[in-house]
Design a protein around this ligand. Structure first.
Ligand SMILES: Nc1ncnc2c1ncn2[C@@H]1O[C@H](COP(=O)(O)OP(=O)(O)OP(=O)(O)O)[C@@H](O)[C@H]1O
Length: 302
């Protein structure tokens, strides 16, 4: 079954078309929804949650109709909104217990479950302090905890790394991957930073001005390129010369050399040339596309 099935979805605001005949399906696992600011990511999530009416089209979430069955959908789905929306005067524990109770859990179960999810997202003693004094990273963790407290089948995470420093981003992404794999919850996570979803997603959907640019497994984005990267401790110029003599096509790239792969003999040539010149080889790596490169290439054709 598809987790999401979206067909011809269009959303027009008075001055802008936020979604333009969007058709895409999403399977289980962690899916990235990528697009620049204003591409239509938040609008799509709000429609799927039944919070915004659409102009045209259809959408199903976990097999339920997004327009007529939104109450059932919200029971099965967790949502981490993009913007700051937390009450400053209550603690994370109070808030998450309250939301667990609102989703139908009895008092004791709600307390236990809230303690569990706050631990999972890495909030320790500070969970008893008012949220107003939290850092951005801690607030993002509270928003994530409330999204999973009712044990949903699917969560929508809208720009969860927003405002975080590199370490905070890294920790948040690791957490998202764990939720997707260890807890078995399907995830739709949005970002305007193309590269950051590479590590955590199984599948990526790219939208631009409300239109679908691409929907592919992450492996298709990051498939092997036809170059290998070679790095030696010293003597890169000599190595480049020797490889050229051996008939290889070499391009210097900073301290490294990019060598076009003609076949297994290219690897043999690198091995023989480094051995002949008595160089210390510190990297020999198959090149991979980066998701940004693919997107840039495709965006250029839109
Ligand atoms: N309630 C609204 N009224 C009018 N226009 C809106 C409304 N909500 C969104 N828009 C417009 O629709 C377009 C898509 O917005 P949306 O918030 O979905 O983008 P986004 O991809 O989530 O970007 P961001 O990451 O900046 O939130 C934008 O041009 C935005 O200005």
């Amino acid at each position: 079954m598809h987790i999401l099935a979206i067909e011809g979805l269009t959303k027009r605001f008075p001055t802008v078309t936020a979604l333009d005949r969007l058709t895409v399906t999403v399977g289980p696992g962690v899916t990235g929804l990528v697009g620049a600011n204003g591409a239509g990511k938040s609008t799509l999530i709000k429609i799927l949650l039944g919070l915004l009416p659409v102009s045209e089209g259809r959408a199903a979430v976990l097999g339920l109709d997004a327009f007529t069955q939104s109450a059932e959908i919200r029971r099965l789905v967790g949502y981490m909104p993009e913007h700051e929306c937390l009450p400053p005067d209550v603690s994370a524990t109070e808030l998450v217990v309250h939301l667990a109770r609102m989703s139908g859990l009895p008092r004791t179960a709600a307390r236990e479950r809230a303690a569990d999810v706050l631990r999972h997202v890495g909030l320790a003693e500070e969970r008893y302090r008012p949220i107003g004094g939290y850092s951005t990273g801690m607030k993002q963790r509270v928003k994530l905890a409330q999204a999973i407290v009712h044990d949903p089948k699917l969560i929508f995470l809208d720009e969860p790394t927003n405002g975080l420093d590199p370490r905070g981003r890294d920790e948040m992404l690791t957490l998202i991957r764990r939720i997707g794999t260890e807890f078995g919850i399907s995830v739709l996570v949005t970002s305007h930073l193309l590269g950051e979803l590479e590590r955590v997603c199984d599948h990526v959907i790219v939208i631009d001005s409300g239109r679908l640019l691409r929907s592919s497994a992450i492996t298709e984005f990051t498939q092997a390129t036809e170059t290998i990267t070679v790095e030696v401790e010293e003597g890169a110029d000599a190595l480049a010369g020797r490889l050229a003599e051996l008939g290889q096509t070499v391009t210097p790239h900073g301290r490294m050399l990019l060598v076009k792969v003609r076949g297994p003999e290219t690897y043999d040539a690198v091995r023989d040339a480094t051995a002949d010149l008595d160089l210390c080889l510190i990297r020999l790596e198959q090149g991979r596309n980066r998701i940004e490169d693919v997107f840039r290439g495709e965006a250029a054709h839109v």
